[in-house]
Design a protein around this ligand. Structure first.
Ligand code: G4P
Length: 287
């Protein structure tokens, strides 16, 4: 899905999330485990205000496990509970209800103390496009989509999805915009496939990816492309990969667009192994 975000769309998206905030007890914020900060909405704290929150590092199957653990720690230090999940394969989803109950235990204890009848936790999923919101909802839904919202105070018919007995999920997620004014974030979104038709130049994206691999995962470059010593001139890397993989124009010269496309595809898939592009240490000073 490609969404062009304009100020009007952003305001509308924000309004839609804000309106639904009062219907739920907790926000489930989905981010991409490979880019837990770059795949966040820049205004997320303002948008969800004081609402309790659970962060899910989705697509953990494609991320560097050691760094995912560091990211969970990072969020925990900010008082935010985070879990690594794979919405596609189903891994980690069982913990969502448990963690939500934990986060909300005081609120529900207070409700019980006042004599209120126990009820299911109400939750809403939010996140930027392509982070896996629909996949997660479908996974959790199985066939438990409730027909209408008979929740007191809900005027418009709101569809709720039952997740076991203890949680109800709004069937439509809140779609938020990424932080695309930052060029580096743009490259990372492109490399993880969050943005496919990007205004960024394909060769620039490939260069960014190669430089990143050179710095963080040099062994992977060796294993996949036989690059042991990273050449001074980046064009030599393209020449080597392009020649090796047959990305050539008719005269036998390297086709740089084709080579860039191949590199970007390799990075997006698991052909270069599990990669995490947001490095926790680089964000520790922030906040
Ligand atoms: P959205 O609603 O937030 O926009 O995202 P959506 O669920 O449509 O998911 C976007 C893509 O990410 C889908 O791939 C989906 O299968 C994939 N995906 C979601 N969760 C996971 C996960 O935990 N692990 C992995 N590996 N992939 C996940 P798609 O429909 O095939 O699109 P694409 O591959 O063409 O991007």
């Amino acid at each position: 899905m490609t969404i062009q975000w304009f100020p009007g769309h952003m305001a509308k998206a924000r309004r839609q999330v804000t309106e639904k905030l009062k219907l739920v007890d907790i926000i489930i914020e989905l981010v991409d485990a490979r880019i837990p900060i770059s795949s966040r909405n820049p205004m997320i704290d303002e948008v969800v205000q004081q609402k309790p929150r659970l962060v899910l590092l989705n697509k953990a199957d494609m991320a560097d496990k050691a760094l995912t653990d560091q990211w969970i720690d990072y969020f925990s230090k900010q008082g935010i509970r985070a879990l690594a999940v794979n919405a596609q394969g189903g891994t980690g989803l069982g913990d969502i209800v448990r963690a939500s109950k934990d986060i909300l235990s005081e609120k529900f204890d207070r409700m019980r103390a006042k004599g209120m009848k126990p009820r299911a936790i109400r939750a809403m999923i939010v996140g930027i496009p392509n982070v896996g919101k629909s996949t997660l909802i479908n996974r959790l839904a199985k066939k438990n989509i409730a027909k209408t919202g008979n929740t007191p105070g809900v005027t418009k018919a709101q569809q709720w999805i039952k997740v076991g007995k203890e949680m109800e999920l709004l069937d439509t997620p809140g779609i938020l915009w990424p932080k695309f004014e930052d060029e580096e974030v743009g490259y990372k979104l492109a490399l993880t496939g969050a943005i496919k038709d990007t205004i960024l130049n394909l060769q620039d994206i490939a260069v960014y990816g190669l430089r990143f691999l050179e710095k963080q995962y040099p062994k992977r470059l060796e294993e996949r492309y036989g690059i042991v010593v990273f050449p001074e001139e980046i064009v030599e890397v393209f020449d080597k990969i392009g020649t090796q993989r047959g990305c050539l124009v008719s005269g036998g010269e390297v086709d740089y667009d084709k080579t860039s496309d191949l590199i970007v595809r390799d990075i997006r898939s698991d052909r270069l192994g599990k990669l995490t592009f947001d490095i926790p240490g680089e964000y520790m000073e922030e906040k």
